[in-house]
Design a protein around this ligand. Structure first.
Ligand code: ADP
Ligand code: MG
Length: 261
């Protein structure tokens, strides 16, 4: 039976490319024939919006998934991308940290619900920019954590705190949690600084850093306002090519091969 792959896309810094990576990795995996569910765990709901999920389609959200009011199969809504579904979020989720703080097993709410994902489904979790209860829920539910790092001066700052949280989760609620890898995003090849950050990251973190680097590309930043992954909005753009190439490396790390249609 195929394994369940649940990958939390996490970094407590905002604006490093978590949501962009969740949406476009999801689209690339779906394109390769995998069934993908993206969990939008950020109250800002950018992944939901970027995939064209309307207010009407957000009547059921990840909040109700966490509280157990609905199940994964009814929470996940179809997107325009074949094989890619999303569990949307709304700003209600912003109070979850407080609302759920007294709930029994409050770090296992998502894990419990994701157990019903069908084998072979790849679940990607777009985490909020914090290491609070939502991100901990993602890490407890996940088999691994993918960390996007923006190729800028302070990129590596804060990483030890993130890895500290991973370690705590591993020593407690989820011993099988692994680091899937580090993805460098928004790299500008004209900028020496991007190259320096890449060199530093590879020296410090070694093979954890994915070979593919995602370039800064205006088509990537335009795509969400067209409610599409860049892979659909401009399939031949540099951003699309890079995300597809990264997805191939990601599948190899998960020992997945593209499904035969
Ligand atoms: P996070 O989810 O970590 O907060 P986002 O994925 O929302 O980060 O990215 C932050 C901003 O940067 C967004 O406006 C997004 O469109 C833009 N962005 C992300 N990746 C790229 C890229 N490769 N090229 C250009 N803009 C990008
Ligand atoms: Mg985001």
């Amino acid at each position: 039976m195929p394994e369940q792959h649940i990958v939390a896309i996490a970094n407590q810094k905002g604006g490093v490319g978590k949501t962009t990576t969740a949406v476009n990795l999801g689209a690339a995996l779906a394109e390769a024939g995998h069934s993908v569910i993206l969990i939008d765990l950020d109250p800002q709901g950018n992944a939901s919006t970027g995939l064209g999920i309307t207010a009407d389609q957000r009547r059921h959200t990840v909040y109700e998934l966490l509280t157990g009011e609905i199940e994964l199969s009814s929470a996940a809504v179809e997107t325009d991308v074949t094989n890619l579904r999303v569990v949307p979020s709304t700003s209600d989720l912003a109070s979850a940290d407080v609302d759920l703080s007294q709930t029994a097993d409050r770090t296992r709410l998502l894990e419990r619900q994701l157990a019903s994902a069908s084998p072979g489904t790849i679940v990607l979790i777009d985490c909020p920019p914090a290491l609070g209860l939502l991100t901990v829920n993602a890490m407890v539910a996940a088999s691994s954590v993918l960390v996007p790092l923006q190729a800028e001066f302070y990129a590596l700052e804060g990483l030890s705190q993130l890895l500290g949280t991973v370690k705590q989760v591993r020593q407690g609620a989820n011993p099988r949690l692994r680091i899937n890898g580090i993805l460098l995003t928004m790299s500008d090849y004209r900028n020496n600084l991007s190259q320096q950050v890449e060199a530093d990251a590879r020296e410090t973190l070694g093979d954890l850093v994915y070979p593919t680097v995602i370039p800064r590309n205006v088509r990537v930043s335009e795509a969400p306002s067209h409610a599409q992954p860049v892979l659909a909005y401009d399939p031949q753009s540099k951003g699309s090519v890079a995300y597809r190439q990264f997805a191939t490396e990601f599948m190899a790390r998960l020992n997945l091969i593209p499904e035969i249609a």
